[in-house]
Design a protein around this ligand. Structure first.
Ligand SMILES: [Zn+2]
Length: 921
């Protein structure tokens, strides 16, 4: 339940996680980039006498509506066929191609209702997050369609056959492991083709990549779900594995198998974590011993004691030699309690009973499948300070000085609800859908404990989570979350593309608090049924907070809530700012140029009043350009030729970029076109070498290529369409960080000097045909060796970042004259705002960069999210570019002090701009 260490990504993998962020559910759930603003969703404020349940909610990135309610249209006969026929009979209303729907589930709901859940296909291939649901009432000839909704992505035109060989796709998936050490011995399980939605969609191959033994193991080496673009061979989406795994790896005995295994039901006693005796349902083995297997329910409940073994050994697998917690007699020893096994075992039964008795659900998977818990895991021998659902079982550790996590019923309820979610709405564990996943786990974990303890909702401890885990102190001090924290979207939403898997814990109580308010306002049993019905029968994987609100309201009406009660539900969501248009009420100080740039490789570039960005638009996935002052409509630059267009550069008049994959043959091509979007697209180069830099300035284009066979990197210049000319470097020298401006080329040159690697910011004059500046003696005396990067020509000078090898982590921003006559410090490493691991961007006036922080000891805060800073090129104090809440990424300098960047404040990756820094925040 607490923030799992695996989800608190380190800054070192920020690039990989941004790649995830930009293609992940928040982006999928957001309006189609570049499209006209979508009509406001119909979740109207609760004021006035309007029906709180919207009759129609438009889809936000599709022509298919997200929700249509208030229907009573006859649909007799077999529910699945009737649901399909209903959709087919109303093509104008739903815009759904029923030939592309596959039945996922047909589940009974309250009052004889039934929900038929379809999965969307594209040419027979599953569409990630594409689900459409038909809600039926009555039976037989009296059966009617009551409501319809979900996420069906219209306009998918992606190819359905891969252009890249399977081996290349698999290799790309393995490369997605951020730690190269983990690649040794790593495996990639091919789960088949999947189409990612967004614009025309992207055909991908889905792999579960498991790190090899070369990785750190345990908490640092979780499995990853990786989707590789089958047209280009590049990673389109990657995130930590959370999908349910086949139960094969879990050796829990099924009810039928139990007797086959020779297990016989028995009862016994075991001390709990507090040392109190508890009655437990157990099983006797053929050898006469006893184990924690409860055979009294359709779902066998088994609890393992890992004996301090590493948590990583149990992540998605059950070791062959793992055994359930055991005892020679029915009286289990004290260790069974101290390790948390007794509580995990008892709590699993309580959670099962809650779902069955209160909500009519047969176990975590709804089919009475086995329920398995593992307690007493460690982090390489150290305490494992967390608990998690791994897709097949619960795994519990303990905080030092605390009771084991399994000793808290709300923690058990939380983790087991993750399992229920995986088997119902399967909310994607990222961004808003991930925060709802956490919120629902909190809601039911809390509800299960409050119910079991017989607490009133106004009890001072009723809103607390994990409050019983401390050995000393008050519950209030002990709780690690509380559902009455009154957080709202507008005041508190922390948008991030990287930390905490897109803020799944940072933002969970905004939604969870609204649900808890519903429970406090309605009677608890009714609220639990409404929320469960929303989860099981309305929500779909990539839903956002607003869709969650609509789902709960629609479920409330199904459950017979009257208008007054429905208004109370709406008011609870209003009170937490979950209402249409909340993103517009954030009071951002940056101007949005393009909402929701949903693309894995999206990094904007800008110059001379224009930006260029890879985006999914109405004209398909490709490079788009627009003005940095927001005037005019963005236009598409790259042709729709089935290739992947990326890595653009611009001087504000012309763009150059790389195209690869598709039917374009092997290797890649450098293309160029004017930013008007109307001029011809011309080819500059075809190559199979690796492209390491691409720059354009007026009549000149420069690029760097690395020859795969020799490993040598060379820069090339194309002047006014003439043949490319290689720029000579001394033997043994290489370069990176190519920059081009007004007849000058810059780079960081590297060579070996004995066992020392020299890096030297260098300027080359095209007219003179020679190097005019090379700064090798840049390290101040006494500062030790350093390395340089991020070379940029700006303001008539060469700018670079100087990072001491000494691991202090801060870098100095320097600039040097282009004739080699001297260096000045733009911002010294001693400044508290000095960059860390940054990439610079510069105009003639100012240098901008992202400043990242280490995770604060008390957990992530807004101040600790990545923020942008700017410093005058001539030197001076650094200022915050924007005071907006939320993470700020991928900054690109335009002219003057204006920059554009990807801003996560509104819970997605918006392309935004400011003309000058906001200053002190
Ligand atoms: Zn959780």
């Amino acid at each position: 339940m607490p923030q799992h260490p695996r989800t608190a990504r380190t800054l070192a993998v920020a690039a990989a996680t941004v790649a995830l962020a930009l293609t992940a559910p928040t982006a999928l759930a957001a309006p189609t980039a570049l499209a006209a603003p979508a009509p406001a969703p119909a979740s109207a404020p609760s004021a006035g006498g309007a029906d709180p349940v919207p009759a129609l909610v438009e889809g936000r990135d599709t022509a298919a509506p997200q929700l249509v309610t208030g229907l009573a249209e006859p649909a007799p006969g077999d529910p699945v066929r009737a649901a399909r026929d209903h959709l087919a009979a109303h093509p104008e209303r739903y815009r759904v191609d029923t030939g592309e729907l596959t039945e996922l589930a047909s589940t009974p709901g309250p009052d004889g209702r039934r929900t038929v859940r379809f999965e969307q296909r594209h040419g027979g291939i599953p569409v990630l997050g594409g689900q459409y649901l038909v809600h039926l009432t009555g039976q037989g000839d009296a059966q009617k369609v009551e409501s319809v909704g979900g996420r069906y992505f219209t306009g998918l035109t992606a190819p359905t056959t891969p252009a890249v060989p399977a081996e290349a796709l698999r290799a790309a998936a393995l490369d997605a492991l951020s730690d190269p050490q983990q690649r040794t011995g790593a495996t990639a399980e091919d789960l088949g083709a999947v189409v990612l939605p967004g614009g025309p969609g992207r055909l991908t191959e889905h792999y579960t990549v498991r790190p090899g033994s070369g990785g750190t193991g345990g908490t640092g080496a979780t499995a990853r779900e990786v989707y590789v673009d089958a047209t280009t061979g590049t990673v389109a989406l990657a995130h930590d594995a959370r999908a349910p795994r086949p139960a094969a790896a879990t050796t829990a005995p099924a009810p039928g198998a139990a007797t086959a295994d020779g297990l016989r039901p028995a009862t016994g006693t075991a001390p709990d974590a507090h040392g109190r005796p508890a009655a437990v349902n157990i099983a006797q083995r053929p050898d006469g011993g006893y184990q924690l297997t409860d055979l009294t329910r359709p779902a066998a409940v088994t609890t393992y004691d890992a004996g301090g073994r590493d948590a990583g050994d149990f992540d998605h697998v059950m070791p062959a030699d793992a055994v359930p917690a055991s005892s020679p007699t029915p009286a289990f020893p004290a260790a069974t309690g101290d390790d948390g096994a007794t509580d995990a075992h008892v709590n699993a039964g309580i959670v099962y009973d809650f779902y069955r008795d209160r909500l009519g659900r047969n176990g975590l998977d709804g089919q009475g499948g086995p329920i398995v818990s593992v307690v007493n895991v460690s982090d390489h021998g150290a305490p494992f300070p967390n608990a998690f659902w791994d897709g097949g079982k619960m795994v519990y550790g303990a905080l030092p000085g605390h009771y084991p996590f399994s000793a808290a019923l709300d923690v058990s309820g939380h983790e087991m609800t993750h399992a229920v979610i995986d088997h119902t709405a399967n909310l994607t564990y990222f961004g808003q859908s991930g925060a709802m996943n956490e919120a629902l786990a909190d809601y039911f974990g809390n509800a299960i404990e409050v119910t079991a303890r017989g607490l009133a909702m106004d009890d001072p401890t009723a809103a607390l989570l994990g409050e019983s885990l401390c050995r000393t102190g008050t519950p209030q001090d002990c709780a690690n979350r509380r559902l009455d924290d009154h957080r709202t979207t507008v005041d508190d939403y922390l948008g991030t593309l990287d930390v905490d898997t897109g803020g799944v814990h940072l933002n969970s109580t905004i939604f969870g608090g609204a649900l808890w308010d519903v429970r406090r306002t309605l009677d608890p049993l009714t609220a639990d049924r409404v929320v469960y019905h929303a989860l099981a029968d309305y929500l779909t994987p990539s839903d956002d907070f607003l869709a969650g609100r609509d789902a709960v309201l629609a479920a409330g009406r199904d459950q017979g809530l009257d208008k007054r009660q429905l208004r109370a539900v709406a008011t609870a969501f209003d009170a937490h700012g979950i209402r249409a248009g909340w993103q517009q009420r954030l009071g951002m100080d940056a101007r949005t140029l393009l909402p929701a740039a949903p693309n894995g490789q999206a990094t904007p570039v800008a110059a001379n009043g224009h930006w260029v960005l890879l985006a999914d638009g109405p004209d398909g996935n490709g490079l788009y350009t627009g003005t940095t002052d927001g005037r005019g409509k963005p236009v598409r630059l790259s042709p729709q030729d089935g290739r992947f267009h990326s890595w653009a550069a611009t001087d504000g008049t012309t763009a150059v970029w790389e195209a690869q994959g598709g039917t374009g043959g092997p290797g890649k091509e450098i293309l160029t076109a004017p930013l008007t979007g109307t001029g011809p697209v011309r080819s500059l180069l075809r190559t199979t070498d690796s492209l390491d830099g691409l720059q354009v300035s007026g009549p000149d284009t420069a690029y760097a290529l690395t020859d795969h066979t020799t490993g040598r990197t060379r820069a090339y210049l194309v002047h006014d369409g003439a043949p490319a000319v290689g720029i000579p470097l001394p033997e043994g020298h290489g370069l990176f960080g190519l920059t081009l401006r007004d007849g000058l080329i810059g780079w960081t040159e590297t060579w070996q000097d004995g066992d020392r690697t020299v890096t030297a910011p260098t300027v080359y004059s095209i007219a003179a045909g020679k190097v005019t500046a090379q700064y090798t003696a840049h390290a101040p005396a006494g500062s030790g060796p350093s390395r340089t990067s991020s070379t940029l020509l700006a303001g008539g000078r060469l700018v670079w970042l100087d990072t001491p090898v000494d691991p202090a982590g801060r870098s100095t921003i320097r600039s040097g004259a282009v004739d080699g006559s001297g260096i000045v410090d733009v911002l010294a490493a001693s400044s508290p705002q000095a960059p860390r691991f940054a990439t610079l961007t510069a105009s003639d006036q100012a240098v901008s960069y992202q400043l990242t922080s280490a995770k604060p000891a008390g957990g992530w805060t807004n101040a600790a999210l990545p923020k942008l800073w700017q410093v005058p090129l001539a030197g001076g104090p650094a200022q915050r570019v924007s005071c907006d809440r939320g993470g700020q990424y991928a900054v690109a300098a335009d002219r003057g002090t204006r920059v554009v960047w990807l801003d996560a404040t509104a819970g997605r990756a918006d392309l935004v701009t400011r003309e000058r820094p906001a200053g002190g925040c």
